[in-house]
Design a protein around this ligand. Sequence first.
Ligand code: ADP
Ligand code: ZN
Length: 727
Amino acid sequence: MIEDSPFVAAAPVLVPMPAERPYTYAVPAGMRVVPGSIVRVPLGPRQVAGIVWDGVVEQVDARKLRPIEQVFDCPPIDRAMRRFVDWVAQYTLSAPGMVARMLLRAPEAFDPEPWIEGLQRTLVMPDRMTDARTRVLETAEGGLAWTRSGLAHAAGVSSTVIEGLKAQGVFETVMIPPRPVVAAPDPSYAVPDLMPDQNDAASMLRANVAAGVFNVALLDGVTGSGKTEVYFEAVAAALDQGKQVLILLPEIALTHAFLERFQQRFGAKPGEWHSDLPPRMREKVWRQVAEGGVRVVAGARSALFLPFKELGLIVVDEEHDPAYKQEDRVFYNARDMAVVRGHIGSFPVVLASATPSVESRVNASQGRYARAVLSARFAEAALPDLKSIDMRRAPPARGGFLSPVLIDHMRKTLEKQEQSLLFLNRRGYAPLTLCRVCGHRFGCPVCSAWMVEHRFRGQLVCHHCGHNERRPEACPECGTLDHLVACGPGVERIAEEVVTHFPDARTIVLSSDIMGGVRRLRLELEAIANGEADIVIGTQLVAKGHNFPNMTLVGVVDADLGLANGDPRAAERTFQLLSQVTGRAGRTGKKSLGLLQTFQPDHPVMRAIVSGDAESFYQREISERERAALPPFGRLAGVIVSAVTRAEAEGHARGLRRSAPEAPDLFVLGPAEAPLSLLGGRHRFRLLIQGERRADMQSFIRAMLANGPKQRGSVRVQVDVDPQSFL
Ligand code: ADP
Ligand code: ZN
């Protein structure tokens, strides 16, 4: 008899830890699991949530296995999502368990949301009527169930009135289902009148959605051309087909304005997903996405790992944005993985940007992606006039960073009662502090980086590891008092300079370290949009996506800043960032101006921006990448080896290098000490693997790691396929 046999069914379960493959657990008699079931299993001394994975397990001796403890009452993770997890793990060389872990980050959501106690009207009439009671009965007319507090609030009575009625049997208790986090979006709520070119683009996207197969469209349109409006038509088409939609956004600070915009078009907000969401809310969204109640999610890159019930479209807004790259544990680019997700799920993907990545442009020109172009701003809004200021000819006053040319335009803008934005991608007051007497420079004790002065907080802060200390009065090296000097500008220092020129102007400094966090940031952004500031000084946070109607001047304090590092994408990034920033100007038809302070006005990036000739910039950039066999024409991967001692890190990195296999189409550069050679007390060495487009990068690295030295002591190895950062 089977019940007496020690051999029982077993199932592979992927657990959220760095395991290369699922572990096998016994399935107790009477328990039913399917691939994708979320289960509770013992793991060492703990209990963890895992996912039943695919593959048959032989009947095994139950005495050797620990049993699955519980199957959660939760929709199973579907096949497409499971294949996606496998794919991401294999591509990024991560343990599948670590990828699954990103999917399982809402533990309370595995149990159904509890129903809540509600009240419903019976046929019983109260013994006597009062005004309050009349209001309650009128409110509860129609037979809907109410929560006690909801009914009290709606009728404007105290809950004792409700209690009294319930005691008389006028209301009875019923259980009501949990409320949806958002109402259902209505695809035909507010359909816009599109301009002819917008209409062409929207038709293409709609046709892509209607085809119901995998395809990628690049929606390439200048800032303010109506890209959002156009991709909303694709969203509407997917909703009409009964599909769920994911819209990825690069920046949390952006989502607020986006949610409202979405609501204007669809009559309801989309579900929201990012790290700043309260845990309760995260859990509700996760669950309702899994059950299909939430139809559209707007979220950060991690939303890719939400367990959609019937996902049918992904839109990646600002697809070029480096924020889509996660560089922590599993290194992945959400833009690229969105395309993979679409491929696996057989549905379309839309990539939108005013300044597409070179990779996406090449994919479009080679026919892998369709491309729709919007070349003009919507309605009367014109793109700003763009000019460079040659800092060699019009230098700032001594001790300052703003050219008289820029200051002059700021004055004119103020006189017209319009807004200026000064952009500098550097938080804090000054990037370097030194002692004028002995030359001592303040470095981070655990990183190879200078400490950035934050004068407002009175601190020196390391922007790499977060280490901070009070800014001293005296030099710790020579002891001299009051001889520390700040070198170079951050946004706080620019603000100080602005105040000396325009003491009466309303000035706001905005950067991600703003006190009060995201909430405060939102309020400040709204205040700016409402015209409550004259001069805004900000980091890249203000560069992206916002709509400031009265902003007519954008000044870039240091346009050369991003060009100097050895990153192969430095020119592209600078071009994108400067285009985005200057794109903040003139969104409502007023004449507007963008000024770039630069020491290299003849640099191709500056020329491309000033001339508005993005096309020749892309052509040049693309042919340079092709010549150097850099992505997307070739492949790159970084291997970062770190350890507590320099010798350990270097030794291990050399060992890896020696164990690299022979391959005709891949070669290893390095190891070399990383530009950021010390980070959080760990010494770092980098290997760079470069190869041809078709080369099998993953097998190569896997072989190198397998043949390489055993990872001992404090050594850690991190693989970064398609690196964005070379620090
Ligand atoms: P992008 O996403 O390309 O920066 P948006 O979609 O934000 O552009 O459009 C810029 C502005 O123009 C927005 O305020 C948007 O509502 C408006 N707009 C664009 N197209 C239309 C249209 N066809 N009808 C009405 N308003 C539009
Ligand atoms: Zn540090």
